[in-house]
Design a protein around this ligand. Structure first.
Ligand SMILES: Nc1ncnc2c1ncn2[C@@H]1O[C@H](COP(=O)(O)O)[C@@H](O)[C@H]1O
Length: 195
C-alpha cells in the first residue's frame, strides 16, 4: 500500500475489444490501483475498457479523476460517479491535464486514441520532458504487437535503440503493479531538465 506514487494514468480503449481477457485485465487493474491507494487518472468516459477500469477502482473504494473534453462528453458517456471530473475545451488540454496529474502511465489494450496517448508520453520522455514510468501491459498479445512497431522503427533506423528503454513491456497486470511498487526514480525531482 505504501508507494511514492499518488496518481497513475491509465490509457486504454473506449471499446471492449473482442477478447474477454481485455475487460478482465481492466477490472483487475482497477482493483489493484485502488488497493495500492493510487488515484486513477483517466479519460473520464463510461465506455469500454476506460469505464471498466474506473468502475473497478470505485467499487474497490478508490479515487478516480476523469478528464474529458466537452465535445466528447456524450460520445464517451461522461462518467457521473467519479470522485472528480474535469471538462476541458480540447483534446490537447485533456492530455496535458492527465499528464500533469499523473506520476506514471499504464497502457492497456485500445485503439487509435490509446496509441496516440502512449506515443505522446513516450515521445515526451524521449525529449526528456519527463521521467515518469510508462508501462505497456500485454494482454493476449496486444502489448507485444504495439512494441513491435517501436522495434521496427529502431530496426529500420528511425529511432535510437535506447527508445526501447523509455518504457517497459510487462506480461500482465500483476507484473505492472509490482513494477510500479518497485520503481525507483532514476532522476531526482527538481532536475531542471525535467518538466
Ligand atoms: N487523437 C487523440 N488524442 C488523444 N486521445 C485520443 C485521440 N483520439 C482518441 N483519443 C482518446 O483515447 C481514448 C481511447 O481511444 P481508443 O481509440 O478507443 O483507443 C478515448 O478517450 C479517446 O477519446
Amino acid at each position: 500500500m505504501s508507494s511514492r506514487f499518488q496518481a497513475v494514468a491509465v490509457f486504454c480503449g473506449s471499446r471492449f475489444g473482442h477478447d474477454p481477457a481485455f475487460r478482465e485485465a481492466a477490472a483487475f487493474l482497477g482493483q489493484g490501483i485502488a488497493r495500492h491507494g493510487w488515484r486513477l487518472i483517466y479519460g473520464g468516459g463510461h465506455v469500454g475498457l476506460m469505464g471498466e477500469v474506473a468502475d473497478a477502482v470505485l467499487r474497490a473504494g478508490g479515487q478516480v479523476s476523469g478528464v474529458i473534453p466537452h465535445f466528447l462528453s456524450s460520445r464517451e458517456v461522461m462518467h457521473e460517479r467519479v470522485s472528480d471530473l474535469e471538462i476541458t475545451d480540447s483534446m490537447h488540454a485533456r492530455k496535458q491535464s492527465m499528464y500533469a496529474q499523473s506520476d506514471a502511465f499504464l497502457v492497456l489494450p485500445g485503439g487509435l486514441g490509446t496509441f496516440d496517448e502512449f506515443f505522446e508520453v513516450l515521445t515526451w520522455r524521449q525529449l526528456r520532458l519527463h521521467d515518469k514510468p510508462i508501462l505497456v501491459i500485454d494482454v493476449a498479445g496486444w502489448g507485444r504487437e504495439l512494441v513491435a512497431v517501436v522495434d521496427a522503427a529502431i530496426e529500420r533506423g528511425f529511432a535510437e535503440p535506447g527508445a526501447r528503454e523509455l518504457f517497459t513491456l510487462v506480461g500482465d497486470v500483476s507484473e505492472a503493479l509490482a513494477a510500479l511498487e518497485a520503481h525507483v526514480p532514476a532522476v531526482q525531482e527538481g532536475d531542471p531538465a525535467l518538466l
